[in-house]
Design a protein around this ligand. Structure first.
Ligand code: NAP
Length: 932
């Protein structure tokens, strides 16, 4: 294009270099390029010069254009060089040198300039900064006919964009000023070649000339008296972000004699106090000149303007003395006070190698401390390349993942992270600090939290003295006291979960696949701690250790792994709707998370019940507030620690140990919770449903009690029937929601079956659950043990035959004998109601009466599970067809799997845990209809 029209480029930086590339790719004739000389300190060449050389263009490195001192006359040799090119037009994309008017005016079509403001507003050096500082609603740039450096030349073209509420100088520049500016410059050249370029005199109205900011500390100081509204304060801070950086002095509040230190504030965001209230303070700080104390919280530093008290939140703080940049949420913590990194000579070499890698990926020689990988143009492909090249250079033992690049996108942060990893100071898991309970058991030292978990921190309840006992059912001794969450604590937790669900939050902006990786990482950590978790489950709930390892913890890990895989498979449909002729329509659906979910779990599989719900809930992208059963909250709290260590953003998971009637009820009633996942008894389930309805019509799923029938036909494999029958009842001490609550045994084998079962039950090893040989441990807690005693007493009173057990063991601990009742008739209490303990209830049914036994088995309000043992496929399928229950086992029992949906019919509740269907409980469908 326009080959005979010669263009000289005078300028510097990546902006000019990218403009040059665009011009070359569009076949313009660039006759020469003028740049400043190489950097005196580093010897580095300006990227415009490097780029021009790649295209074999004449490059002139001009130290000075004008005859000193500051005349407007060009230095003759420079001018001669310039003239020799015979340019028709000069383009100055970004030029910090003063170019003499002789040069500007020399070409036939003179010169054009790019200026990053809507002229005549914000003439001068810091135009984008001032656009934001002054709260302009529109930002933009101007291409104008170059003047003597005062930005007053006639206008050729302007382009504007709206300023977004949280734009900074950097975001405005990278999303609009830079990419659109390069295109507009090229368009301007085309207009000039076509002789269609206007020259519009700049109006006088609205003209401003703003002073330079860089290096002027008095102008970049935050003057809280002047910046007296939240809006002004926010605009000032973002208007200096990242260069030159607005500064103030700060100190931790309440520290007697604490010195103020100078800091620069970055990443200012509007804070939605209407949605989230005032966040919980990790610590309070004072800023010089600010009347009210500011709050350091998990989301940053929140301050309130002196005049209108509106909040402003900053995300990052740079400590000026050391130059160290820290997350504002860490200000005042040991991490923030850690001295700036001093590199050893070896590490300096490492830094150089990393710089070369960045340089090569970003095609730039100018990698400075503050270079941001993404602002400098990296795409997601480049992230993998960076990770792989750094690992290749430093060694494969370096733990480095793509996510680390996103979290440390500035060169300085990235180098620090890599160096600290190589020193072993940082692992890829976050550290969670708390005062642990320490217990020695099972040949190991257990350390676990006993406080409330909110925003990735363990904190005390508002009522600090409000605690509950966690009792070891084997020894009847206290394991530890646990903080009890109150209604106010639930509010705190819900607020944290709400904030973590904000559409701008890290969690909501995280892609589905990294979310899956987080779930996998949590599963890995659970795996690495499985012996500790299983021991804790054994101590707290009496679970037999070997079963705890395999099922309680093993299946919890499986649940996270299974649902991790679903994260990027939650997809909608495209739907062929009727078209609105003559136009067309596209209709599709998306699956979205519901929001903040409340999860309430029972005590029988303390961690597993949490995992079944939380894994699906998190996979779908929700945030949650969990109340574990008060009888055994310890594994849920240990799990919370692992959640934080895995790197889940603060507030995604919150755990509030407490009492059902207070803390649980507060969750049910909370207006900001959108969904309840509940597992527990049917009476509580009814209460849950009515509270969900009367509060804010929350969605709920209920996994409730059961009285599951197991039908044993005479044609079964007898040995297997005894084995399956025993485990259907005694598995996990009978504290198993799908436990077979009633065995129907065909008359012809009834007596033999009973005899064989009694023989086997007598062999069961009842002992300390931590012993590897133990088959049967103590019941979960005292009240439950007492309920079992009462249950058996009633069975005897109503005429059932107690064949074995029925009482507590004569030893310390809540041990209950495995129990067998026969001659149980349909109207008896024990035939109808769940015991939730190791009590086998056996009833006879007439030989070959398939239809009759199915009718009897269905005569219960529950419908959780069922089972049939027979070698006749027709009988088995007749039972499967006739039984009203959520799960049917044929020739097996208790064979649950994380991939198979689980949940009840009738008063055993509704909604499924596990399997693909569980995702329906934690996601919501949005229909999108488009006309085109
Ligand atoms: P629960 O008494 O109903 O308690 C379950 C949970 O609900 C506990 O965390 C409890 O807190 C809480 N809760 C109690 N009252 C509440 C209220 N007013 N508002 C909110 N939360 C409240 O049941 P459980 O005795 O712990 O567990 C045994 C029952 O769970 C059995 O019926 C069993 O069949 C059933 N279960 C069902 C499944 C299934 O998948 N269908 C699985 C396991 C267990 P506290 O700890 O303070 O009482």
């Amino acid at each position: 294009m326009g080959q005979e029209f010669k263009i000289a480029i005078i300028g510097q930086s990546a902006f000019s270099a990218d403009f040059l590339k665009l011009m070359i790719s569009n076949a313009y004739n660039i006759c020469g390029v003028f740049t400043p000389p190489d950097d005196v300190k580093t010897g580095r060449e300006d990227i415009l010069a490097t780029t021009a050389k790649q295209f074999n263009l004449p490059v002139f490195k001009v130290k000075r254009w004008r005859i000193p001192p500051e005349t407007n006359k060009a230095i003759p040799e420079v001018f001669e060089d310039y003239k020799s090119l015979g340019a028709d037009l000069n383009v100055l994309p970004f030029c910090q040198q003063f170019i003499p008017m002789e040069v500007i005016e020399y070409p036939k079509y003179k010169s054009i300039n790019y200026h990053p403001s809507l002229l005549p507003r914000h003439r001068g050096a810091a135009a984008i900064n001032w656009t934001l500082i002054e709260g302009d609603k529109e930002a933009g740039f101007t291409i104008f006919w170059t003047d003597d450096g005062l930005d007053t030349g006639p206008i050729l073209m302007k382009r504007a964009c709206f300023v977004k509420p949280n734009d900074t100088v950097d975001t405005l520049y990278s999303r609009f000023m830079y990419p659109e500016g390069i295109k507009a410059l090229e368009e301007s050249v085309r207009l000039i070649i076509d002789e269609e370029a206007p020259r519009i005199e700049q109006p006088k109205k609205g003209a401003t000339y703003d002073p330079i900011l860089r290096g002027k500390e008095e102008r970049t100081m935050i003057d809280f008296a002047k910046l007296d509204t939240g809006e002004k304060l926010h605009n000032f801070i973002r208007g200096m972000d990242k260069v030159p950086g607005a500064w103030t002095r700060i100190r931790v509040a309440g520290e007697s004699g604490g010195q103020y230190e100078k800091v620069r504030l970055f990443s200012s965001k509007k804070y939605h106090i209407e949605d989230y209230g005032i966040p919980e303070a990790i610590r309070k700080v004072q800023l010089e000149g600010l009347n009210r104390e500011a709050i350091v919280h998990t989301g940053g530093l929140l301050m309130f303007a002196n005049g209108d008290a509106r909040p402003v939140n900053v995300g990052k703080i740079q400590i000026v003395e050391t130059g160290k940049m820290v997350q504002a949420s860490a200000y005042g913590s040991p991490e923030a006070n850690r001295p700036a990194l001093v590199l050893t000579p070896e590490e300096q070499k490492m830094e150089d190698s990393i710089r070369s890698i960045w340089s090569a990926i970003l095609s730039s020689d100018h990698i400075s401390k503050s270079t941001d990988f993404f602002f400098a143009g990296a795409a997601s492909m480049d992230v993998t390349r960076l990770v792989e090249e750094v690992k290749e250079t430093i060694g494969d033992s370096l733990e480095l993942e793509n996510e680390d690049v996103y979290m440390n996108s500035q060169f300085e942060e990235f180098v620090e992270m890599v160096v600290r990893r190589t020193r072993g100071e940082l692992s890829s898991s976050s550290v969670v600090e708390y005062e642990p309970v320490v217990v020695h058991a099972n040949k190991m030292e257990l350390k676990f939290p006993n406080q409330i978990f909110i925003n990735n921190r363990f904190v005390d309840s508002i009522k600090r003295n409000s605690v509950m006992d966690s009792i070891n059912p084997t020894t009847e001794e206290l394991i530890c006291k646990v903080q009890v969450a109150t209604k106010e604590d639930v509010d705190r937790a819900v607020n944290a979960a709400k904030m973590a669900f904000d559409q701008e939050s890290d969690w909501r902006r995280m892609n589905a696949r990294p979310r899956g990786r987080l779930l996998h990482k949590l599963a890995d950590l659970m795996e690495a701690h499985k012996e500790e978790l299983a021991t804790l489950e054994s101590l707290d709930s009496g679970a037999v250790y070997t079963l705890a390892l395999k099922t309680h913890i093993g299946m919890s890990i499986d649940a996270f792994r299974y649902f991790a895989g679903w994260c990027d498979k939650l997809q909608g449909l495209t739907i062929p709707i009727d078209k609105a002729r003559p136009d067309s329509n596209l209709c599709y659906t998306t699956r979205e998370p519901i929001g903040v979910c409340g999860i309430i779990t029972p005590w029988n599989y303390p961690l597993m019940m949490v995992a079944w719900k939380a894994a699906a809930c998190l996979a779908a992208g929700n945030t949650l507030v969990l109340k574990p059963a008060q009888a055994c909250p310890l594994t849920a709290l240990k799990w919370a620690e692992l959640v934080a260590r895995a790197g889940f953003p603060a507030g995604v998971v919150n755990v509030v140990p407490g009492k059902g009637g207070d803390c649980g009820q507060a969750i049910l009633d909370h207006p900001a919770i959108q969904k309840i996942g509940f597992t527990g008894s049917t009476p509580t389930g009814k209460l849950v449903m009515s509270s969900c309805a009367s509060s804010n019509l929350k969605k709920c799923s209920l996994e409730l009690g059961g009285k599951s029938p197991l039908i044993i036909f005479a044609d079964c494999d007898m040995m297997k029937a005894v084995k399956v029958g025993m485990s259907s009842v005694f598995f996990n001490k009978g504290e198993n929601c799908i436990a077979a609550g009633r065995l129907f045994v065909e008359e012809s084998i009834h007596d033999k079956f009973v005899k064989m079962v009694v023989v086997e039950v007598k062999k069961m090893v009842i002992d300390d659950p931590l012993k590897r040989s133990t088959a049967h441990g103590p019941q979960n807690h005292l009240k439950h043990l007492q309920d079992l005693e009462a249950y058996c007493k009633r069975g005897v009173e109503e005429g059932a035959k107690l064949v074995y057990g029925g009482h507590r063991l004569n030893r310390k601990g809540y041990f209950f004998m495995p129990t067998i009742f026969t001659e149980v008739t349909d109207e008896m209490f024990i035939a109808k109601e769940e015991s939730f303990g190791p009590i086998m209830i056996i009833s006879k049914f007439p030989n070959e009466d398939v239809d009759g036994v199915v009718r009897r088995a269905n005569r219960t309000e529950y419908g959780l599970a069922s089972g049939v043992l027979t070698n006749d496929i027709s009988k088995a399928l007749k039972v499967v067809e006739g039984i009203r229950a959520g799960t049917c086992f044929v020739n097996t029992y208790n064979k649950t799997d994380v991939a198979a949906p689980f949940g009840g019919f009738k008063q055993s509740g509704f909604g499924k845990d596990l399997g693909m269907e569980a995702l329906n409980e934690y996601s919501i469908t949005k229909t999108v209809t488009i006309e085109y």
